[in-house]
Design a protein around this ligand. Structure first.
Ligand SMILES: [Zn+2]
Ligand SMILES: [Zn+2]
Length: 347
């Protein structure tokens, strides 16, 4: 072999060796890259699985959900969606079950703390105002035509106040001694039975230390008392007892024109239907005689309530009815609840 041939041979071997080394490195690295990719994919999958197992609603507190403006229904839906995604059958977060598609009933125990026992701050907090020209605390009977939540201030209203009476209703006119407790007992019993039936109940007051204005009482028809949104209550029921020495149970019938926002064209018809059904149930449950409806269509609440309203006058607390009222609170509450339930099932 000549020197020249040897050189060519050696060069060829060197090139072959170099190519082989490069090929080997390439193969080894390729495998590593592939291994590395597989590892990454495996980690990604694990992370995804881990994320899927994290409850997505966990950081959202019940309080935040309550205040999101959507009311309790939104809260329940959010929890339910997260629960469905995780395959969990039953999730309870705080009080999230309230309002889970439940119908809302507002129960209004009439009257309350005597105005003479309330401080000015208390009166303001409960929604009353001081009227200098009238020289007393009270509230306006009506909302102004074409507005919602804007009081008539004696003008611009439909003039539905009682004849020869003012649009201004003095707070002291509603002071009572025996009645607040009877109303509260009946209302609390009705609340208990309605909740057992699956309704969401909002109470305008829960003690005799409270005496909200009519505006404030009506605000419970709206989610979070926000009167700028649409009402979400199905019915509003005022629970009172009568006075003047008669006997028996009745309700106050609506009969005039009402112009407040949100009421349907059947507002009067539906309201009177509900009052009548509840009255029948109360009479049957207590033995109180079933009186015909009372005709007082100009009441503040009739002019302000945005949903069907029943205004009950259950027994006379200043007659021998009093002993029935004081011993039959639970039966009366049950009858009120059954009446509301029957009305809503018919409608
Ligand atoms: Zn008025
Ligand atoms: Zn009353």
């Amino acid at each position: 072999m000549s020197d020249k041939r040897l050189k060519v041979c050696l060069r060829g071997a060197a090139v072959f060796l170099a190519v082989s080394i490069v090929f080997c490195i390439a193969v080894i690295c390729g495998v590593n890259i592939q291994k590395s990719n597989m590892e990454k994919q495996r980690l990604d999958t694990e992370t995804k699985l881990a994320e899927m197992q994290m409850p997505t609603f966990a950081p959202q507190s019940t309080e935040e959900v309550k205040n999101d403006g959507d009311g309790a229904t939104g809260e329940s839906n959010a929890v339910k969606t997260a629960a469905d995604a995780l395959g969990i059958d039953d999730v309870t977060v705080g009080q999230s079950q309230s309002g889970a598609g439940k119908k809302v009933i507002v129960l209004d125990a009439g009257h309350g703390k005597s105005s003479s026992e309330m401080t000015s701050d208390e009166k303001t907090a409960e929604g009353y105002e001081y009227n200098e020209s009238k020289g007393n605390w009270g509230e306006w009977r009506h909302y102004k035509n074409g507005t919602f939540g804007e009081n008539c201030h004696g003008s611009g209203c439909t003039g539905l106040s009682p004849e020869n009476a003012s649009c201004w209703y003095s707070m002291g006119n509603a002071d009572r001694d025996t009645e607040p407790q009877i109303n509260l007992d009946n209302a609390l019993a009705a609340q208990k039975y309605l909740e057992q039936m699956g309704y969401e109940v909002r109470m305008t007051r829960t003690s005799n230390e409270q005496n909200p204005s009519m505006d404030k009482r009506v605000s419970y028809c709206f989610p979070n008392n926000d009167t700028t949104s649409a009402p979400d209550a199905a019915a509003y029921v005022c629970i009172h007892s009568n006075a003047g020495g008669g006997r028996g149970t009745s309700y106050i019938a609506l009969g005039a024109d009402y112009e407040q926002k949100f009421i349907g064209s059947d507002f009067v018809e539906k309201s009177n239907e509900m009052g009548n059904i509840i009255n029948q149930k109360v009479a049957a449950a207590t033995g109180l005689s079933q009186n015909s409806p009372i005709n007082t269509p100009y009441l503040i609440l009739f002019n302000k309530c945005p949903v069907p309203i029943a205004y009950m006058e259950i027994g006379f607390y200043d007659s021998s009815d009093l002993s029935i009222l004081q011993s039959s609170g639970d039966e009366i509450g049950k009858a009120i609840a059954e009446g509301i339930d029957e009305f809503l099932k018919n409608n």
